[in-house]
Design a protein around this ligand. Structure first.
Ligand code: MN
Length: 132
């Protein structure tokens, strides 16, 4: 066994996020393990771009209030202690509400083979979709 060296906190890239987002990689063990866990910190109003995960994703809110939307126009808020599941292939976005910081644990699985895409990214979420 080994204690894994902690990676530096990373800034969420502008191509994938609106607003200030920082994340820590908590777990990304080598194949055959496919577990992926990030702690993601969103400034008020910050959110991901539209995207989908090949194997789905669980989002567990630890602080603040999350807002999550899907292509059918549904927007839900998720409270600390709640877990939201987005199934494989479902287009969605997630972020903070406009007036609160938000932190969630993002948990998903990498592809079965090295280099297999696990997340597909699309356009940014508009203010209308976010419903400021
Ligand atoms: Mn997601």
């Amino acid at each position: 066994m080994e204690i894994v060296p902690q990676q530096p906190t990373q800034k969420g890239p502008d191509a994938w996020f609106t607003g200030d987002v920082w994340f820590d990689v908590l777990a990304a063990p080598p194949l055959p393990a496919r577990l992926r866990v990030n702690a993601v910190h969103f400034a008020p109003g910050a959110r991901t771009a539209w995207h989908r995960h090949a194997n789905g994703q669980s989002l567990h809110v630890t602080e603040g209030v999350a807002r999550v939307g899907t292509r059918d126009g549904l927007v839900v808020e998720v409270q600390p202690g709640q877990t939201l599941w987005t199934p494989p292939g479902e287009w969605h976005w997630h972020g903070a509400v406009p007036d609160r910081l938000m932190t969630h644990l993002a948990m998903w699985e990498a592809g079965a083979a090295a280099g297999t895409p696990e997340t597909e990214w699309a356009e940014q979420v508009t203010d209308e979709q976010y419903r400021v």
